[in-house]
Design a protein around this ligand. Structure first.
Ligand code: SF4
Length: 213
């Protein structure tokens, strides 16, 4: 029995075929193209960054160009959690709960310094130092606040990530792996801090190396 052979077509060959009116694609590319152009964000905001997110959805910046204008009022209908603003420790459990209520496949953009690291309130006793301590973040959009163009750039990066996702094999994304949880532990307000302080499945504390020399 002879081995099965596969032929990979290069981008140059594709471009040449396109010039002759022949379009080639695969089921995976078609599927990912459709998903990447219909990412629906959850309609919620936490602080000043949310104003820039709202601006991105208006006519001047027009997030509809990327298929993401359908901001959903329910997490059950949303694909994308844009964490836009300061995540207080009181609000963090609600954000994780919203994430859990979103069906897979779902994605998260941490928008702004506060959502990424606590931002200007990092040293505050009541502010979470990054939402990635509890849920997986796909794209980080830095700034205080990031401009709407930066959010759109983050959305384009997310689209690239979705288009590159294989539908099978060891590199398949979370939503295609049966053993991967799509529900994450919701932290609770403890005596002095959130319990647990982070989810070890998604965040590892950085290792500090002390230089005593
Ligand atoms: S990053 Fe800056 S603009 Fe955004 S929520 Fe924090 S303080 Fe406000």
């Amino acid at each position: 029995m002879s081995d099965a052979t596969t032929t990979t077509i290069t981008e140059e060959q594709r471009a040449e075929l396109r010039r002759h009116g022949i379009l080639l694609t695969s089921l995976q590319e078609l599927y990912n193209w459709g998903r990447s152009n219909s990412v629906w964000p959850l309609q919620f905001g936490l602080a000043c960054c949310a104003i820039e997110m709202i601006a991105a959805s208006m006519a001047r910046f027009d997030i509809a160009r990327f298929g993401s204008e359908v901001f959903r009022p329910s997490p059950r209908q949303a694909d994308l959690l844009i964490v836009s603003g300061t995540v207080t420790k009181k609000m963090a459990p609600q954000v994780v709960r919203l994430w859990n209520q979103m069906p897979e496949p779902k994605y998260c953009i941490a928008m702004g310094a506060c959502a990424i690291s606590g931002g200007p309130f990092k040293q505050g006793y009541n502010v979470l130092k990054g939402i990635d301590r509890y849920i997986p973040v796909d794209v980080y959009v830095p700034g205080c606040p990031p401009r709407p163009e930066a959010l759109l750039h983050g959305l384009m990066k997310l689209q690239e990530k979705i288009r590159a996702q294989p539908l099978a094999g060891p590199d398949a994304p979370r939503h295609l792996r049966a053993d991967d949880p799509c529900v994450y532990p919701v932290p609770e307000c403890g005596a002095t801090d959130l319990e647990p302080p982070f989810n070890p499945e998604v965040w590892k504390p950085p290792t500090l190396v002390r230089d005593d020399a």
